[in-house]
Design a protein around this ligand. Structure first.
Ligand SMILES: [Zn+2]
Length: 224
């Protein structure tokens, strides 16, 4: 498995739930942690791939297919050529054995998610993952369609938000005058907007209470 959740058996069919985090904008709309130009919709979201280029690596054997770009340097393991062509060689028993030429190539149109890409909606099997808590809001999504599983999470083609954590639900016991503080009022405003924008989502005071209603479980290990 690589870091993009590309398992040996890449496709899982069925419905999977996972934890994830979002950022929230001033209008109470949830945005991905990485590409913040997109907005999560209430109901079903369908992922598209925004990756336009990828690295393609070609292995070349020394010395027959020796390739040196103008300006190449052979000291220390890197051969540097033009920006779209960077070579890395390995030295074995004092001889150059292999040489890799990496170049940027346009990514072809493909179904989402793709094994060696980063596209799709990301989610994790553990609620304590640091990636889940990297944003401002955490919750649980339910996914379907094409799904690529890894050991810690997955990427999916279609997803809907089913649960969000609203920490202000814990605040009812606080003294009334605290609720007038600017910080608490700002938090309360954000979560009031979220409830308006995502009316079908259920809100919980914590992830542990959310998972009682929306169980998150990794598929059997034989499938990833
Ligand atoms: Zn892709």
């Amino acid at each position: 498995m690589n870091r993009h959740f590309a398992g040996a058996v890449p496709l899982f069919t069925g419905v999977l739930r996972g934890y994830r985090g979002w950022n929230v904008d001033g209008l109470g709309r949830l945005r991905p942690l990485v590409d913040q130009s997109k907005i999560w919709q209430p109901g079903l979201n369908i992922a598209s791939c925004g990756v336009t280029h990828r690295f393609e690596s070609t292995q070349v054997n020394f010395p027959k297919d020796r390739i040196f770009e103008p300006g190449a340097s052979l000291g220390g393991g890197l051969v540097l050529g033009p920006l779209d062509r960077v070579g890395v060689f390995s030295v074995e028993n004092g001889d150059f054995r292999t040489f890799f030429v990496d170049r940027w190539v346009p990514e072809e149109a493909h179904a989402v998610p793709k094994a060696d890409c980063t596209c799709g909606f990301w989610a994790y099997f553990r609620g304590d993952s640091e990636y889940v808590h990297a944003g401002h809001v955490v919750g649980i999504i339910e996914t379907q369609g094409r799904i690529i599983c890894g050991s810690s999470g997955f990427r999916a083609q279609k997803a809907r938000i089913v649960a969000l954590v609203d920490p202000t639900m814990h605040w009812s016991w606080l003294p009334r005058r605290w609720h007038r503080s600017p910080v608490l009022r700002e938090y309360s405003d954000v979560f009031a907007k979220l409830r308006t924008n995502y009316p079908s989502v259920r809100f919980y005071p914590s992830l542990s209470s959310a998972k009682r209603d929306f169980r998150v479980q990794a598929p059997p290990s034989s499938m990833v």
